[in-house]
Design a protein around this ligand. Structure first.
Ligand code: ATP
Ligand code: MG
Length: 565
């Protein structure tokens, strides 16, 4: 490709709309342009990167016995009614009607439609296991589209679905996908950590997210530096805590006027936040419940929701709180409450804690479980945090932020049962398929690669996904000798099968170097007068900025070695 013809409009300025470095570089390097909120056009260079990622994904999916197909983007509402997700999906779903008034959606995901396909065509255990995947645009009307293609409303996903005859076979599918994901991200040059994640209503150890660690990540994870345990905080379990042996003291009311927060209370009473009980009133499917969390801990609403097995969980409004506690907001406590009280492990082990008194401007000291209030249940309801003990090895957990690039999920019969997708087993018995689903955000992966591979001058693409491998930059294209050498090299490297751009523009060298760095070609071959006098060119490795003079007769070999290893 000649740079003079290449449609890669680079920008010198950082676009105001872009907060994250990957978003900035994708715009500045001319990889993509925004068309409307959360919707993007991929320009030729951006598309080449996407296609390389897709090729890696296809190779690994095919190697894991998954077969590619292509499902429709527009899906009929009826199927979604069968699983109940037409209502559950809410505003995130793009909905539309055809000319006859029939309802459809733009697929946010494809469990319904693929299960409906397989229920028609697969009827015997002999046809299993079956693994099917596609690479396609997905549509989600995200409440906050941001960070460019990291959270978009139209994005590219690889989604794979497995159909198995029993749990054992389903576990093999899960493991095959897990291993394929590991290889895919490695081949893309990404350091992606598999973490245990919350599986929502399905339960069990049935899902892992692949996280790219970095400050920009929206998810919080905990991991153990001593063993390989890692989990999304939504999911990470906290240990039961042993009670310390300590004398139970008498309850004591304390006036606490103007004290609103845990921090202020700790300050005012000169007690540690870990001796304070937070009483949080929630509405679980409209019914009020109290949750007790230690002052220095955070409630984990994913755990609470799961334990209560409710579909909706929200903080109670002030009117409900006043009704339940008979006091204004800010003084709720467990004593005398006549709603169910769910107590986190860390609160249950507390002796002589401080809590709200259910009375205006008042707290109460020396509160003890069993003696002063009864728990409906003692459970793990808080968020894991740095410093907690690892459940596996006892090490000290650390926290990090991460961006989810992929997820593998054991679905069980969640979709096959409501959709009545069944097969006949070895004994002629009708059974629902055991399913799994496995997604990779292809466009998000591209951004994540940039997050991990860049410097102050631009992108440093790993060779495996670079839009082109080499750029040849004659310092002055008008100079006859430089032009001749550059053109010859361009020809011979392309003949060898390499992906090469020749910068034949009549720009100043500084402009050409800046563009080459910004776009991030792994190798730059500079053809300049000084080196040419010695029969050499200069090769620059983008990621290290290393500059190596190479004689003209050896350039092809040098490049081959570098690229093909
Ligand atoms: P998130 O928690 O980030 O919203 P999700 O759990 O909704 O992700 P899945 O439904 O598991 O995502 O989709 C599979 C993959 O698709 C994700 O791992 C992610 O890489 C990608 N993805 C999901 N939502 C978006 C989006 N709005 N924009 C770009 N990629 C996305
Ligand atoms: Mg989502």
């Amino acid at each position: 490709m000649r740079a003079s013809k290449l449609y890669a409009p680079t920008l010198r300025e950082v676009p105001a709309e872009a907060e994250l470095i990957s978003h900035q570089y994708m715009l500045r390097a001319g990889l993509m342009r925004r068309s409307s909120s959360g919707m993007y056009t991929y320009l030729p260079l951006g598309l080449r990167v996407l296609q390389k990622i897709e090729t890696i994904i296809r190779e690994e999916m095919n190697a894991a016995d998954a077969q590619e197909l292509l499902l429709p983007i527009v899906q009929p509402a009826e199927l979604w009614h069968e699983t109940g997700r037409w209502a559950d999906y809410g505003d995130e779903m793009f909905r539309l009607k055809d000319r006859h008034g029939r309802e459809f959606c733009l697929g946010p995901t494809h469990e319904e439609i693929i299960t409906a396909l397989v229920r028609l065509d697969v009827s015997s255990y002999r046809q299993l296991p079956l693994r099917l995947y596609q690479i396609q645009n997905k549509y989600r009307d995200e409440i906050r589209p941001r960070f460019g293609v990291i959270r978009a409303r139209e994005f590219i996903m690889k989604d794979c679905y497995s159909f198995d005859k029993d749990d054992q076979q389903a576990n093999l599918s899960y493991q095959a996908m897990y291993n394929a994901y590991d290889r895919i991200f490695k081949r893309c040059g990404l350091d992606a950590k598999p973490v245990e994640a919350d599986s929502g209503a399905i339960g069990g150890d049935s899902t892992h997210e692949f996280m790219v660690l970095g400050e920009a990540g929206e998810a919080l994870i905990v991991y153990c530096p001593q063993c390989d345990y890692a989990a999304n905080v939504e999911r990470a379990e906290c240990k039961e805590v042993e009670k310390v042996e300590e004398e139970l003291l008498q309850l004591e009311e304390i006036a606490t006027p103007e004290v609103k927060t845990i921090e202020q209370l700790s300050e005012f009473l000169k007690v540690e936040e870990s001796k304070i009980i937070k009483t949080i009133i929630y509405l679980a499917d409209q019914k009020p419940v109290a949750v007790l969390i230690r002052g220095d801990h955070q409630a984990n609403e994913v755990k609470i929701k799961k334990y209560l097995n409710c579909t909706q969980l929200e903080l109670a409004d002030p009117v409900t709180i006043e009704e339940v506690t008979k006091a204004p907001v800010g003084f709720a406590g467990p004593i005398g409450l006549d709603i169910p009280i769910y107590v986190d492990y860390a609160v249950a082990s507390m002796v002589n804690g401080v809590a709200g008194a259910n009375k205006v401007d008042t707290h109460i000291a020396n509160v003890n479980i069993d003696r002063d209030y009864q728990a409906a249940a003692i459970v793990d309801l808080r968020q894991a945090e740095a410093g907690d003990q690892c459940l596996r090895c006892g090490g000290n957990l650390e926290t990090a932020r991460g961006t989810e690039v992929g997820q593998v999920f054991k679905l069980g019969t969640k979709y096959s049962e409501p959709l009545k997708a069944t097969f006949l087993d070895e004994n002629g018995k009708e059974k629902p398929f055991i399913m799994g689903c496995y997604g990779i955000g292809v466009s998000r992966t591209m951004a994540a690669i940039i997050e991990q591979h860049h410097d102050q001058d631009g992108i440093c693409w790993p060779l495996s996904v670079a839009p082109y491998q080499v750029i040849i930059v004659p310092v002055n294209y008008k100079d006859e000798e430089q032009r001749k050498v550059a053109e010859q090299l361009y020809q011979s490297l392309r003949d060898l099968g390499f992906e090469v751009v020749l910068d034949d523009r009549l720009e100043r060298p500084g402009v050409k170097f800046k563009d080459a760095d910004l776009i991030g070609f792994p190798l730059r071959i500079t053809v300049g007068p000084r080196q040419l006098q010695e029969g050499k060119v200069e090769v620059t490795i983008r990621s290290t900025k290393e500059q190596i003079p190479v004689s003209l007769s050896e350039v092809e070999d040098w490049v081959s070695k570098f690229i093909r290893g």
